[in-house]
Structures are given as structure tokens and as C-alpha cells.
Design a protein around this ligand. Structure first.
Ligand code: PLP
Length: 368
């Protein structure tokens, strides 16, 4: 199919800005006159040093990262960080325990992994379904916890925090894999932020870790060296061969975000796009159903069911088939949730979203 006729609403790996792909294509065989591809370049060469330094300084600029934070480019994906976070931080205090907010699949997985390395306390009553964020006034935070962990945007369930949890001085850790750079964030409120690149800032293979310097050096002795924040920070992410090409692609995406007006502009655009879809859901008289609390509906991932009584499999299949005929792909909901999921990351344009909105309205008219 002609790429111009396809709109990718995938949850990740996800759509990249067209300008980034064209630039990467242009430079694929001969990067900046070096005569070689970034794919072939030594990670210790001066050309790659420029690429990784530029990617880091763009991140620092776009997120206004304070000087006392280290930026690392790690491997192992978001899941690697589910292990790396406790391996490096659960030893911050002698009790070796950590508080977890579990509001969806990804924070649940992170909490389960952390249990291997220390005590995990889930700070709220267990949720029957991942459709809301429990009221902070009901959380029982442990002042002796080494850190408080949450997932800022639950990609599978479409639950997003629009506030930063208050932890009374305990180190705050956040998985921002699926809403990184989709809105401004005050990095100084966090001990650590991590984000896999393959949704909003690039392709799979690299995970950004932003960590406050004073938290380095508390790793458990069994922490694998490639996941050791202190080692990776001291070696500028070059303890071993990093994902060079993915770091290069991230640099191009960050340049593109800057050219669009940075995180403020991304936020305006993402609000506009997500409201367009939620407005249709809300006005559909129960034909399209979002079960997520309005207060925490994600701007990035919008899961919904089609058909009254919370979803009709046949109707949903028809919806997906019709969308696919129009070039709109990867709209199928996560297998654990079913239904439809529209992911509207930074690279999904207003026009892409308008096309989906028009299709939803048409489908509603035909079937209601
Ligand atoms: N965290 C979030 C919020 C995610 O959406 C995902 C994957 O989709 C992960 C973590 C796991 O990332 P990875 O597949 O890179 O390990």
C-alpha cells in the first residue's frame, strides 16, 4: 500500500514523523559526508559522540532537565527498567521496600518484577478493573519506602495521570514510556523518569533514563552491570555498545519536536486530537463506550468499545475492517481489553485524527 494512504494508530512501535523517516532515508548510506551509515559507525567514534551528545542536549532543552540529573540511553526496553529501578533504588533505605501505584498492566508488571528484589507495598485497595486512579486521599504511603513508583500513562487501559503524585519527600519514579514529551513535565519533582522510545520519541531499542545524581550508587550487588545506573551514567551510556541507530533516530525526532514548538506545542496538539475522539464517544449515546473515568482519560491511547452493552464483537470487526479499507491500521484493542484502541502519539497529525473522527461519525450514523 502507498504509505501516503496509510494512517498508523498503533500503540507502539508507532508512527514516526514523515520528516524524520525522510531524513533517515537520505542519510542512510552516507551520514553527514562520513561515507558510512550510522548503522556501521563505531560507538566510540567522534561522529557518534556528536550524535549521542546532541540527542542528550535536545532532551535537556526540551524537558528543561536540571543539571543535577543524568540522562542515559539504555537497552532492555521499558521492561528492562522494571528490573533496573528496584535493582538500583530499592537499596536506598535499609528496609528495602517500595510503594507502587498499580493502575494498569504496566505498573502491575513493574510491581511484580520489583517483588524479586524487596518488599512491595501497593498503596491503594486493589482495583477490579483498570479504569481509574484511586483518590490520593485513600493512599497509604510508607514513609520508609525507598521510592514511590507509578506509570504515568497506562498504554493498554488508557489511564493517564494529569497530576504528579505527592510523596512527602520519598523519591518518585515514573514510567513515562507512552506519554513522554507529549506534554511538559517538571523533572525536578522526580527521582527518576524512564521512557522506551518507540511511541513518542523514536524507534525500539533505546530507553531514556533521567535520574537525579544523588540516587546513584545504591545498586544491589546482584545488579547486572549493563543495568547499573552509576556505571552507565559515569560512562555516558557507553559501558557497552548502545543502540546507536535508535539513539540517532531519537535525535531526529527530538529535532522535529523542537521545530514544532516543543512540549508545549505537543500538549496543545494532543489535547485537540484526543478531545476530538472523546467528544464523539461522549455524544454517541452509548454506541461508543469508554469505561475510563473522565478525570484520567489518556490523551495518548483511547480504548473504546463499539456497540451498546459495552461492545459487540461483530460490530467491532466491521469497524476495524472498514477502517482498514480506508488505510487506518492498528486500531485493534489490546488482547486483554478487546475492542478498539486509537493511539494518538505526537507523530499522529490533526488530519490523521480528523480522518478517524469522520469515520467514527459515519459508522455511528450507519449503525445507530
Ligand atoms: N511501560 C509502558 C507504559 C508501555 O506501554 C510498555 C510497552 O508498551 C512498556 C513499559 C514495556 O516496554 P518494552 O516493550 O519496551 O519492554
Amino acid at each position: 500500500m502507498d504509505p501516503k494512504q496509510v494512517i498508523n494508530f498503533g500503540a507502539g512501535p508507532a508512527k514516526l514523523p514523515q520528516a524524520v523517516l525522510l531524513q533517515a532515508q537520505k542519510e542512510l548510506l552516507n551520514y553527514s559526508g562520513t561515507g558510512i551509515s550510522v548503522l556501521e559507525m563505531s560507538h566510540r567514534s567522534s561522529d557518534f559522540t556528536k550524535i549521542i551528545s546532541k540527542t542528550e542536549s535536545l532532551l535537556r532543552e526540551l524537558l528543561n532537565i536540571p543539571e543535577n540529573y543524568k540522562v542515559m540511553f539504555m537497552q532492555g526496553g521499558g521492561s528492562g527498567q522494571f528490573s533496573a529501578v528496584p535493582l538500583n533504588l530499592i537499596g536506598l533505605k535499609k528496609d528495602r521496600c517500595a510503594d507502587y501505584l498499580v493502575t494498569g498492566t504496566w505498573s502491575a508488571k513493574a510491581a511484580k518484577e520489583a517483588e524479586k528484589y524487596g518488599k512491595v507495598n501497593i498503596v491503594h485497595t486493589k482495583l477490579d478493573s483498570y479504569t481509574k486512579i484511586p483518590d490520593p486521599s485513600s493512599w497509604t504511603l510508607n514513609p520508609s519506602a525507598s521510592y514511590v513508583y507509578y506509570c504515568c500513562n497506562e498504554t493498554v487501559h488508557g489511564v493517564e495521570y494529569n497530576f504528579i503524585p505527592e510523596t512527602n519527600g520519598v523519591v518518585l519514579v515514573s514510567d513515562m514510556s507512552s506519554n513522554f514529551l507529549s506534554r511538559p513535565v517538571d523533572v525536578s519533582k522526580f527521582g527518576l523518569i524512564f521512557a522506551g522510545a518507540q511511541k513518542n520519541v523514536g524507534c525500539a531499542g533505546v530507553t531514556v533514563v533521567i535520574v537525579r545524581e544523588d540516587l546513584l550508587g545504591y545498586g544491589l550487588k546482584e545488579c547486572p552491570i549493563v543495568l547499573d545506573y552509576k556505571v552507565q551514567a559515569e560512562m555516558n551510556s557507553l559501558y557497552n555498545t548502545p543502540s546507536c541507530f535508535s539513539i540517532y533516530i531519537m535525535g531526529l525526532v527530538l529535532e522535529w519536536i523542537r521545530s514544532q514548538g516543543g512540549s508545549n506545542a505537543m500538549e496543545i496538539l494532543n489535547k485537540q486530537k484526543s478531545s476530538m475522539i472523546y467528544d464523539i464517544i461522549n455524544a454517541s449515546d452509548g454506541f461508543f463506550v469508554s469505561s475510563v473515568d473522565e478525570a484520567c482519560r489518556s490523551r495518548m491511547n483511547i480504548p473504546f468499545r463499539v456497540g451498546k452493552n459495552k461492545g459487540d464483537d461483530a460490530l467491532e470487526k466491521e469497524f476495524l475492517d472498514g477502517a482498514s479499507k480506508l488505510g487506518m491500521i492498528s486500531l485493534k484493542g489490546h488482547r486483554s481489553v478487546g475492542g478498539i484502541r486509537a493511539s494518538l502519539y505526537n507523530a499522529v497529525t490533526l488530519e490523521d485524527t480528523e480522518a478517524l473522527a469522520a469515520y467514527m461519525k459515519e459508522f455511528l450514523k450507519e449503525h445507530q
